[in-house]
Design a protein around this ligand. Structure first.
Ligand code: GDP
Ligand code: MG
Length: 231
């Protein structure tokens, strides 16, 4: 899949102000500074689309971008940044948790982990939260250009060892670098597969007389977190 148009949609402070749920969404989440916005830009093929920063805690809003006029990438505020306005950070954490739990057109979350670090408690806790709330996700190890392959493999193995007991089958793992472009085609491939599955599902649902994208249709998708997905 290639991206022919990538457009900034809006910045929302909470779930209620997010745009309608008519388009499938793929969201980036991870610790502040893990590389969410940079990876989003790399996937979109458009530098500067999502604002990036060497300083953590920059993205405080749910930033939404529409790709190829048919699906969206969502840059969520990072977790684990305690400095700054405490009031705001708790509010945004709430917005993120509402978005992840209730956004019915959310197809898949890319949970980003820094490939240069040993397993961090905050990431493990967050992955546990995703599992408990049945949010569908894949793991994306970032910034692979900054570590040796040996170190990266050791960090990934240590991370998966810590979470493996939570799964019958581990979630898919991707290794990415926004600097070298590593992992771009693989992540776009997952989105492509997911879009194909949704289109097939929507075709079935609409023949049952429910408008595609309506609450009811989406309620029907409460089975959304399909642990048996191929990825
Ligand atoms: N070397 C390297 N640096 C990266 C990569 N991805 C992001 N960065 C840098 O990490 C910092 C944080 O990136 P950003 O995308 O703003 O992180 P976010 O807070 O998760 O959105 C920035 O200085 C980026 O240039 C990567 O793949 N390789
Ligand atoms: Mg960011």
């Amino acid at each position: 899949m290639e991206i022919s148009s990538a457009i900034f949609d809006c910045s929302s402070p909470d779930l209620d102000s997010c745009p309608d749920e008519s388009l499938p969404e793929f969201a980036f989440i991870g610790r502040s500074n893990v590389g969410k916005s940079t990876l989003l830009n790399m996937l979109a093929g458009k530098e500067g689309l999502a604002r990036t920063s060497p300083k953590p805690g920059f993205t405080k809003l749910i930033n939404i971008f529409t790709m190829n006029k048919t699906w969206r990438l969502v840059d969520l505020p990072g977790y684990g940044f305690a400095e700054g306005a405490k009031k705001d950070s708790s509010r945004f954490n709430h917005a993120v948790s509402e978005y992840l739990k209730q956004r019915t057109n959310l197809c898949l979350v890319f949970a980003l982990i820094d490939s240069g670090l040993e397993p961090q408690d905050i990431d493990l806790e967050f992955i546990g939260w995703l599992v408990r709330n049945a949010v569908p996700f894949v793991l994306v190890f970032t910034k692979t250009d900054k570590v040796t392959p040996t170190m990266m493999q050791a960090n990934i193995a240590a991370f998966t060892a810590r979470i493996s007991e939570w799964f019958e089958k581990l979630p898919a793992i991707f290794i990415c670098s926004a600097t070298t472009g590593q992992g771009r085609q693989e992540l776009l491939g997952v989105i492509d597969e997911s879009m194909t599955a949704i289109q097939a599902e929507q075709a079935t649902v609409s023949t049952e007389g429910l408008p595609v994208g309506s609450r009811k249709t989406l309620e029907a998708r409460k089975k959304r977190p399909d642990r048996n997905r191929p990825w």
